[in-house]
Design a protein around this ligand. Structure first.
Ligand code: PLP
Length: 229
């Protein structure tokens, strides 16, 4: 487990670096979030010892348990999953970033919980670029109106946008999704200057995501291996 993990991790870092350089970007402009969902706290600790700090979880319960296991480590936790409003009270005290916010009732609850602990919560808005009904996220033309309201909550800082590419082998479609997210960010940034981050790119599509401007990569399988559910 040890060597396998470290090897995967280092291979990935090298690949990221190669693409970053080829794209004329800087390694400082991109952060890898190691998606540790379905893997035990021990696996997180192994990467932590190699100097990795940013880890992503998609369930509030797992986030709490792993936080408890590892609370003496300076981990930067990212919540990346579907949000249940009644679980926000567990997420806010732990997560430095919440990537997957898109409903006003989530914003309201995050504000309430962040205010209680005197925290400014960093949030990304999940965007449903393709507009499929089945997918989570705001559709692009809803985002401006959403931000007009959401930016008035004083314990929330909306720092960027997040998206999931559709399940398809068609790389053209995936690239267009990433490009559209970047264009949306560029447009919104003129009006909302805090909107800078692009959370996009997973195991199967992170190369394209880097080329299209991702600043936060969310990668699990390529580091930890397959999740057997
Ligand atoms: C699981 C998950 C990832 C990581 O996916 P991999 O394909 O394992 O790299 C990224 N983002 C979200 C929201 C996830 O749920």
């Amino acid at each position: 487990m040890n060597n396998f993990l470290i090897e995967n991790y280092q291979t990935l870092l090298n690949e990221i670096q190669k693409i970053v350089e080829k794209s004329g970007r800087d390694m400082n402009s991109i952060k890898l979030v190691a998606v540790s969902k379905n893997f035990p706290s021990d696996a997180i600790e192994i990467l932590y010892e190699k100097g990795h700090r940013d880890f992503g979880e998609n369930r509030a319960q797992d986030l709490r348990e792993k936080y408890e296991d590892l609370k003496n480590l300076a981990i930067v936790w990212h919540f990346i999953g579907r949000i249940q409003t009644n679980k926000i009270k567990y997420i806010v005290p732990i997560a430095e970033y919440i990537h997957s916010v898109w409903r006003m009732k989530e914003i309201e609850e995050i504000q309430k919980r962040a205010e209680e602990i005197n925290k400014t919560q960093k949030v990304l808005l999940e965007i449903n670029i393709s507009g499929e009904n089945s997918k989570a996220g705001l559709i692009p033309n809803e985002v401006d109106a959403f931000l007009q309201e959401a930016t008035s909550f004083k314990n929330i800082k909306i720092i960027g946008l997040m998206t999931m590419a559709p399940y398809t082998d068609n790389t053209h479609v995936i690239r267009n999704v990433f490009r559209s997210l970047r264009e949306l960010r560029d447009n919104l940034n003129k009006k909302y200057t805090s909107i800078k981050e692009l959370s996009m790119g997973m195991t199967n599509d992170y190369k394209m995501a880097i080329e299209e401007g991702a600043t936060l990569l969310r990668i699990g399988t390529k580091i930890f291996g397959n999740r057997y559910l």
